[in-house]
Design a protein around this ligand. Structure first.
Ligand code: S3P
Length: 426
């Protein structure tokens, strides 16, 4: 589907509720499926990715029911695989595939996980290697999906990862959940910690020290959880308000887990007029409202420990940087090439088409602002929801219309994206 975007309004004003966090939604379903009893999940994401996780768990025999905005998961604590939905399809979702592989590797049955074209091209060596060290047997197509997982008893490991990745960390922790002894995972920088927080809340013995997480064999208790809004979805509105003159908006119910708030640190450093209102804690996760106003911004350097804390926001930060004075340099983000698309090449190629002064580097990009984006051109989304939403925001500051091909990919994480934008246009 092609979407035409232009600035058909004066500025953004008003308040919106940010929809449910995708990462937490995945975990709520998976971990409830492992807990004996009835779990209640409120505000589950309506994105296609968490739906993939839900369908995989349904295929594994878990009973699920939606009732008045609540998702109820009832589990015996064990999977009872349903032959008719086999192999299990993870759609476009790396989180589904990587975390479920960790869970399935130690089961007493075999399974196969498949994915769409994009997911089937993404690297799985990062999970197959450590799982194999735990004694797992996984067949793949040269470390790519489909993954054939031969369930078996696993042994604990102490694994030191070269990359900071919450998907890899969670995969190993989940495999360790069913293993006698202590399984430990160390990463170079702290990546998002929703797995650690939720498992702990469900009674697992999880310990965290600096960048190392350890888990003992644990039984999980059912959970009653209210999922907060996704800061990765809020990011598009934050940037739009910062770059469209006279904008002033409030984003309600945004998850503010410090392992996810790198974008707030960056925009503050760039000079943003942004404040957190009414911060509280809900189900172990920090939540608050964000007020953001149009601001004069300056470029900055983004590198090192902050990268995993804003990894999904880099495409929209690149859009922001085109509207900031001076140069913004993004480094140490080579893993962006392994996302739903190669987000370094994709962002640089498409923003260049709009008239941005942007240059690709092996591990990031250099953006020279502040230059007016022109538009009057077709851009591509590479089957990538974050490209689609970032280009939409870029389109709002282009002089002329832009035409986004494959805009329907927004549905992967944020089906109400455009509708919410429309409510803020004045
Ligand atoms: C996610 C972790 C991140 C992120 C992805 C969701 C998660 O991936 O990019 O969108 O829910 O654990 P990596 O951990 O591979 O960086």
């Amino acid at each position: 589907m092609q979407k035409t975007v232009s600035k058909d309004f004066k500025y953004l004003k008003g308040e919106i509720n940010i929809p449910s966090d995708k990462s937490i939604s995945h975990r709520a379903v998976m971990f409830s499926s492992l807990a004996k009893g009835k779990s209640v999940i409120r505000n589950f994401s309506d994105g296609a990715d968490p739906k993939s996780t839900l369908e995989v768990c349904q295929g594994l025999g878990i009973s699920t029911e939606f009732k008045n905005n609540e998702l109820i998961i009832t589990s015996s604590g064990k999977f009872t695989p349903q032959k008719e939905v086999y192999p299990y399809h993870c759609g476009n979702s790396g989180t589904t595939m990587r975390l479920m592989t960790g869970i399935l590797a130690g089961q007493n049955f075999d399974s196969v996980l498949t994915g769409d074209e994009s997911l089937s091209s993404r690297p799985m060596k990062r999970i197959i290697e450590p799982l194999s060290l735990m004694g797992a047997k996984i067949e793949s197509d040269n470390f790519k999906a489909p993954l054939k997982i031969y369930g078996r008893e696993l042994n604990p490991i102490y694994y030191v990862s070269k990359i900071a990745s919450a998907q890899v960390k969670s995969c190993i922790i989940l495999a360790g959940l069913g293993v006698d002894g202590i399984t430990s995972f160390t990463e170079p920088y702290v990546s998002r910690n929703h797995t650690e927080l939720m498992l702990k809340a469900m009674g697992a013995e999880v310990n965290v020290k600096n960048t190392t997480v350890s888990i003992h064999k644990s039984e999980l208790s059912p959970i009653n959880i209210e999922i907060c809004g996704d800061i990765s979805s809020a990011a598009y509105f934050i940037v739009a308000a910062l770059i469209i003159p006279n904008s002033d908006i409030i984003l309600r119910n945004v998850g503010l887990n410090p392992t996810r708030t790198g974008i707030l640190d960056v925009v503050k450093q760039m000079g943003a007029d942004i404040e957190i209102l009414d911060e509280k804690e809900i189900c172990g996760e920090k939540v608050g409202d964000i007020r953001v106003k149009y601001s004069n911004l300056k470029g900055c350097i983004i590198s090192g420990e902050i990268i995993p804390r804003l990894i999904d926001e880099i495409p929209i930060i690149a859009v922001l940087a085109t509207q900031a004075y001076g140069t913004t340099t993004i480094k140490d983000a080579q893993d962006l090439r392994n996302k739903e698309s190669d987000r370094i090449t994709a962002v640089v190629t498409e923003l260049k088409k709009l008239g941005a002064d942007i240059e690709e580097t092996p591990d990031g990009m250099i953006i020279r602002g502040k230059n007016g984006l022109i538009g009057d051109v077709e851009v591509e989304t590479y089957h990538d929801h974050r490209l689609a939403m970032s280009l939409f925001v870029a389109g709002l500051v282009c002089k002329k219309e832009i035409y986004i091909n494959g805009f329907e990919w927004v549905n992967i994480s944020f089906p109400t994206f455009e509708k919410l934008f429309n409510t803020l246009k004045l």
